[in-house]
Ligand binder design. Structure first.
Ligand SMILES: [Zn+2]
Length: 62
């Protein structure tokens, strides 16, 4: 099962739609912003009902 999730780029603030595979469980990966092409750290947490939570951060936030 895949979900479309809207995130906001931590660099340019643009809204981006990403596809998350909830059945794959928790994930951390890097997605390039479709607008400014900078690497966004995407952190996916899947709840008990396959409810998807997504948090994003820029590499400068560490
Ligand atoms: Zn961006």
């Amino acid at each position: 099962m895949t979900d479309f999730v809207n995130i906001h780029c931590p660099y340019c603030g643009e809204s981006i739609e990403i596809v998350v595979d909830a059945s794959a469980g928790d994930q951390i990966y890097v997605e390039d912003c479709q607008v400014c092409c900078r690497p966004i750290d995407v952190r996916v947490t899947v709840g008990d009902d396959e409810e998807v939570f997504v948090t994003v951060s820029g590499e400068n936030d560490a």
